[in-house]
Ligand binder design. Structure first.
Ligand SMILES: Nc1nc2c(c(=O)[nH]1)N[C@H]1C(S)=C(S)[C@@H](COP(=O)(O)OP(=O)(O)OC[C@H]3O[C@@H](n4cnc5c(=O)[nH]c(N)nc54)[C@H](O)[C@@H]3O)O[C@H]1N2
Ligand SMILES: Nc1nc2c(c(=O)[nH]1)N[C@H]1C(S)=C(S)[C@@H](COP(=O)(O)OP(=O)(O)OC[C@H]3O[C@@H](n4cnc5c(=O)[nH]c(N)nc54)[C@H](O)[C@@H]3O)O[C@H]1N2
Ligand SMILES: [Mo]
Length: 776
């Protein structure tokens, strides 16, 4: 890989030419289109192989039975889909099991490992091999003399952090990253520490994920979250699923889709790729279905827009509703629109003024197809629209989500059973992180209350998000970077530039469970602080502690670890935050140590400081926990007009320029973000290959590219700079012309840091402008 325009700060000789992420292939690359249902026996086989590989055949199944059990088990860290409320199913899936097993592995990375391998040597390893070494067992510090990580005591490690933070000229020289699996209690303490120090520099994985959804829903409805819950999913007449690969990334949604199909609901999938969840499934945990190979359809209509074409499709659906309302008084819910919304006239004029030709061109769909979707919507009494990254990681992510709300408002699909917006969040507690204060743009109301309850003076200036943190590092303005989970180096865009940025720091601290790239790409000083995983027992002075998490549908419940920790030296995440905070803020009046003795005490403070957390300790112990109140669900809109706001944004031009393609970066079935389980992608028919690009066969022919032939990919950024990936294999796939797709995190090399959305500041990871040519 090379960039014509060198990344500022230069590149270190020890960086491999391009990130080598996946495992060394076990055989030749294969591609055989997949024709089986999602989940079922393929999933069962894949799980068994995984349990064997991780040596977890004994503990694994026992732990899995305790997953997602109302308040007596641990919350599956695999995704943010809510738990089954009826308790009818064993509420688990293939990828959840893999994720948990990955944490419970018997493999360990101890001091002997670090003594045997220098950091320069580890830099040559693949990311798969790094993580595959197993669980971290004790705190380690980087020793520049020997280029090895060496053991350090917890006390000394906290002193290193404390000294670095105390020595800053300005607290804004520190940046505190969070990856969305951190429990609510640790989250609250973490943001408290940052704000007590005096900074709102709290970037998080949301900045790359659903920032657009939060901002859009906040602007439209005054509530930055979805308004529906699982019961609504069970009563909707129509479900519209945009831009999510549910069979891989939210597999428990398959159950909801199968149930919806059973009761005759309409299910419309909108995705440039027809993903496995858009066909049929064997309900993953329904053993009768499994035994009988009984499959259930999970779709009634599939639409394949061009990449970025969703907003035009939704505009077309809205236009059709309005056209129909001329003859059908029930097409539009005028009473709802009059009573609860603002901006309708302008929006109606916009829809009427947008010609069908433009809608067809920008969506890549025919008018007839758009009308099919509009008909489903028009005939359903109750509709839910759900979406994930296929909609958010675009320049116009905010506008598209607001367009969804526009469509819902037209027919009063809000504030009643079976209807509303339903974003599918990513990390298992990413929504809880935001609720509990991980926000680089906190509201004054939030800060006022924090100040009053916690007796601190929080800074008022907005802080840095993920992209802005990397930019500030490039300018040498960030001295200390703390990663509370996650793998910042590999997850962020513009890989070589992010590496160089991290290396400008005086100190990088990574709180992690497994070895990853962010330990190898580090600042002048570097710490690895190993923590308990969610499956593990957290013993503190007052006994075994539990933490709380919030799912995609705003349910907050407890998660209790049940396994013996991977090492006796691990600390819990709340304890690590408290340790760093005490070292950095020796005179702090916050009772850090007292909080850690009993997390109920943290929850008591949270109950006072956070909206919707009244009586937290009692309510979180209710059988299914509790639901955070959603004002918009009650038709209370905390917007300037006090009403739900229609937005009237022009359609973006998403048609690729001649010769260019729009490339979406996405996950394979066998990976969890930067964690790669294998180089197979079962549902897309891929074996032994990650360095690939899915293309339309006509686009391949036009460029003289053979099936599975090697290609060079070049992206062009806003500022004209180019980035390359060479020698990828082109897979002929059912994807619209002008579109291409491939895997993150490898393809982050193609995502320029400057290419972030001006609406959400999210990196534009689903619409990279590329050319693809046969390999030179
Ligand atoms: N097993 C597993 N589960 C996970 C994760 C994981 O890596 N592995 N990651 C978790 C996280 S953090 C997140 S955020 C979620 C991510 O869940 P997803 O959003 O499903 O993630 P992606 O794989 O990025 O895939 C997005 C989908 O968007 C489609 N797409 C691309 N461009 C467009 C477009 O312009 N329009 C439309 N309509 N669709 C488009 C792609 O074809 C793909 O199906 O999953 C979470 N759950
Ligand atoms: N090109 C491209 N890039 C993307 C995306 C994309 O679609 N395309 N998606 C973006 C999205 S949606 C996201 S969310 C980010 C993901 O970004 P991150 O959340 O930063 O990355 P992960 O891969 O989820 O982090 C994995 C690491 O988390 C650590 N870990 C695991 N469990 C625990 C735990 O319990 N506690 C702690 N402290 N650490 C733990 C392990 O050490 C593991 O190596 O990537 C983003 N990057
Ligand atoms: Mo995410």
């Amino acid at each position: 890989m090379s960039t014509d325009q060198e990344a500022p700060g230069g590149r270190d000789a020890q960086d491999p030419l391009e990130p080598r992420v996946g495992p060394t292939p076990e055989g030749d690359p294969e591609f055989h289109p997949y024709h089986h249902p999602a989940a079922g026996w393929g999933a069962a086989k894949s799980v068994t192989n995984f349990l064997v590989r991780e040596g977890a055949l004994v503990d694994g199944p026992r732990a899995i039975m305790r997953m997602n059990h109302e308040n007596t088990g641990f919350d599956c860290p695999g995704c943010a889909w809510p738990d089954d409320t009826k308790g009818l199913h064993l509420d688990i899936c293939e990828n959840g099991i893999k994720h948990v097993t990955w944490e419970m592995t018997r493999k360990r990375v101890g001091r002997e490992f670090f003594a045997a391998h220098s950091v320069s040597e580890l830099a040559e390893w693949t990311d798969y091999d790094l993580e595959n070494e197993g669980r971290l067992t004790e705190p380690m510090v980087y020793d520049p003399e020997s280029d090895h990580y060496v053991p350090i005591t917890w006390k000394d490690a906290f002193d290193v952090v404390g000294r670095a933070l105390r020595g800053l000229d300005d607290p804004d020289q520190a940046s505190f990253y969070t990856s969305g699996r951190l429990g609510n209690e640790a989250t609250f303490l973490y943001q408290l520490m940052a704000r007590e120090l005096g900074t709102n520099n709290l970037p998080d994985c949301s900045n790359m994920c659903h920032e657009a959804s939060g901002r859009a829903l906040q602007d439209s409805l005054g509530t930055g979250k979805g308004t529906v819950d699982l019961k609504d999913w069970e009563t909707a007449d129509a479900l519209f699923i945009f831009g999510v690969n549910a069979a891989s990334n939210a597999p428990r949604m398959l159950t909801a889709l199968a149930e919806a199909h059973h009761r005759g609901a309409q299910i419309v999938h909108v995705n440039p790729l027809v993903e496995a969840a858009a066909t049929r499934t064997i309900v993953p945990h329904d053993f009768t279905d499994m035994a009988l190979f009984k499959t259930t359809k999970t779709s009634t209509l599939n639409l394949q827009p061009r990449i970025g074409g969703d907003m035009a499709l939704i505009r077309g659906m809205a236009k059709a509703v309005l056209e129909r309302s001329a003859t059908d008084p029930k097409a539009l819910d005028e009473e709802f629109v009059d009573r609860h919304t603002s901006g309708f006239d302008e929006y109606r004029a916009l829809c009427e003024g947008t010609p069908w030709e433009e809608i067809e061109l920008q969506s890549g769909l025919s008018r007839a197809d758009i009308l099919k979707a509009a008909q489903v919507y028009g005939e359903a009494d109750r509709s839910i629209v759900s979406w994930c990254l296929g909609l958010t990681q675009h320049e116009h992510g905010v506008d598209t989500v607001r367009e969804i709300v526009n469509l819902l408002l037209l027919r009063g699909n809000l504030g009643r059973e079976g209807a509303g917006p339903s974003p599918v969040r990513g990390h298992s507690n990413v929504q809880g992180n935001r609720t509990c204060g991980i926000d680089h743009r906190p509201s004054d109301a939030f800060l006022d209350r924090l100040a009053e309850v916690c007796g601190i003076e929080p800074p008022r200036e907005h802080g840095l998000d993920t992209v802005r943190t990397i930019e500030a590092m490039q300018r040498g303005e960030i001295k200390v970077f703390v990663g509370m989970g996650g793998n910042f180096a590999l997850a962020a865009p513009d890989t070589p530039l992010t590496y160089a940025a991290l290396r400008t720091c005086d100190l990088t601290v990574q709180v992690s469970t497994k070895l990853n790239r962010s330990h190898i790409v580090h600042g002048a000083q570097a710490l690895i602080l190993p923590c308990l995983g969610r499956t593990e027992k957290d013993h503190q002075r007052k006994g075994v502690q539990s933490t709380s998490v919030e799912d995609s549908m705003s349910m907050v419940h407890l998660s209790v670890g049940m396994k013996r920790p991977a090492s006796s030296q691990l600390l819990s995440e709340p304890a690590i935050v408290a340790g760093m905070a005490r070292a950095a803020l020796p005179d702090s009046a916050t009772p850090w140590e007292w909080y850690i003795e009993d997390y109920d005490r943290i929850r008591d403070t949270m109950a006072k400081a956070l909206d919707g957390f009244e009586d937290f300790n009692r309510r979180v112990r209710l059988p299914l926990g509790f639901r955070i109140k959603q004002p918009a669900r009650e038709l209370v809109f905390l917007t300037p007009s006090g009403r739900a706001e229609f937005s009237s944004a022009p359609l973006p031009d998403v048609v690729p320029e001649p010769g260019m393609l729009a490339l979406g970066t996405m996950r394979s079935h066998d990976q969890w973000n930067t964690t790669i389980y294998s180089d197979n992608d079962r549902y897309r028919g891929i074996k032994n290959l990650r360095t690939l690009v899915f293309m339309n066969r006509a686009d391949m022919r036009e460029r003289g590219i053979d099936d599975m032939g090697p290609v060079d990919i070049t992206s062009t950024a806003k500022d004209g700079s180019r980035r390359h990936l060479n020698g990828y294999l082109a897979i002929p796939y059912d994807i619209p012309r002008g579109c291409a797709a491939g895997y993150m995190p490898e393809m982050n090399v193609l995502c320029a840091l400057v290419d972030y959305s001006t609406q959400s500041d999210q990196p534009i990871m689903k619409h990279v402008k590329v050319t693809i040519e046969p390999a030179a």
